[in-house]
Design a protein around this ligand. Structure first.
Ligand SMILES: *Cc1c(COP(=O)(O)O)cnc(C)c1O
Length: 340
């Protein structure tokens, strides 16, 4: 039976659900792992995650398709990305097949919390790894935990999609050869001041530039950019310090193989942004958020797509990708994983 929640009015906030999956790494190996109802973690005051932020995470969604199946979208890519994130922070790898099994188990156990088709809401899944044993001299922890919980979240844009206004940030997100390409909490900790300051000044998000030269576009705190040129090419910034968004990679595939558009993955200079026709932010939460305006130190770049709706190509990309996710458009092989 479906949980008694007001699906259309949920926000992006944590709601405790009955089950989560936990596996511990002790004595040099992962234990069997299991579902548990215990939402609390008891840790040493000196745990590695608390002292030196040794933690990486993922984010993906489960939802109900038009024909009533409960599915996840490309969870194999989340499993793979968690492996590369873990390696960069000296965290033992959680095997990809075990990650997929944990996703299946948590969604199945909490199936009453998967929002119905058409509600716009989804069940957001948060897998993560963290150093759980004591660390005081700087080194990796000995013991770790993998945990995966879920929480139902509302439609990202309530009452319709609205283009957002962003600003070019004076802070940097990620250094060359740093950790920008992995999904680590530390990349978010340092972005909190910048986002609070952006909000205080009336902006929805920060556009980060490359830290070395501050001339190329990187990404926002938690979403990749796509740009559409006036001749309808899809352009996405290339950089070693951008987090490889699964949504962005999926959009590029859809652009090429479903819509017949040309896709360019290349460096994008801030200087050329004024020449684009459309701009969007891609991530699991909103799929695509259209950007209407970019503020750059007194100069405003107003995208021709305007402040009232998604641009034409952005809309097509959004409709096609969400159609694939919801099962109304045929998905490429392996993109949709059904939960039995
Ligand atoms: C998670 C994340 C994204 C979006 O990735 P998706 O796989 O599409 O959800 C983009 N940028 C950063 C910094 C992220 O952490």
């Amino acid at each position: 039976m479906s949980a008694n929640l007001d699906w259309g009015n949920l926000s992006f906030a944590y709601i405790k659900t009955p089950y989560r999956y936990v596996s511990n790494f002790t004595g040099g190996k992962w234990d069997e792992g299991c579902l548990t109802e215990d939402d609390k973690i008891v840790l040493s005051e000196c745990a590695g995650v608390l002292q030196y932020a040794q933690t990486v995470f993922e984010g993906l969604k489960a939802y109900t398709t038009a024909d009533g199946r409960i599915v996840t979208f490309r969870p194999d890519l989340n499993a793979e990305r968690l492996v590369s994130s873990a390696k960069r922070l000296e965290i033992p790898v959680f095997p990809e097949e075990r990650f997929l099994d944990a996703v299946d188990k948590v969604v199945a156990a909490n199936r009453d919390y998967v929002p119905p088709y058409g509600s716009g809401a989804t069940l957001y899944l948060r897998p993560y790894l963290f150093g759980s044993s004591e660390v005081i001299g700087v080194k990796p922890a000995k013991d770790y935990q993998f945990r995966l919980f879920c929480t139902p979240v509302g439609p990202y844009f309530k009452g319709g999609v609205k283009p957002i206004t962003i600003r070019v940030s004076d802070f940097d997100r990620a250094a060359p050869r740093g950790t920008g390409h992995i999904k680590a909490g530390l990349n978010y900790a340092m972005s909190l001041h910048a986002i609070v300051d952006a909000h205080n000044n009336g902006f929805d998000e920060n556009m980060y530039l490359d830290a070395a030269t501050r001339t190329y576009v990187e990404e926002t705190g938690g979403a990749n950019f796509i740009f559409i040129t006036k001749d309808k090419k899809v352009v996405t910034p290339l950089s070693d310090s951008i987090l490889p968004s699964i949504t962005r990679r999926s959009i590029c595939y859809v652009a090429e193989h479903y819509l017949g558009l040309t896709v360019e993955h290349r460096k994008v200079a801030l200087e050329e942004v004024k020449d684009f026709a459309e701009c969007g932010l891609c991530g699991t939460a909103a799929v695509i958020s259209p950007v209407g305006k970019i503020y750059d130190h007194g100069k405003e770049i107003c995208l021709p797509s305007g402040m009232s709706a998604m641009g034409e190509i952005t809309q097509k990309l959004y409709d096609t990708l969400t159609g694939i996710q919801m099962g109304t458009i045929e998905a490429p092989d392996g993109w949709i994983r059904e939960i039995k």
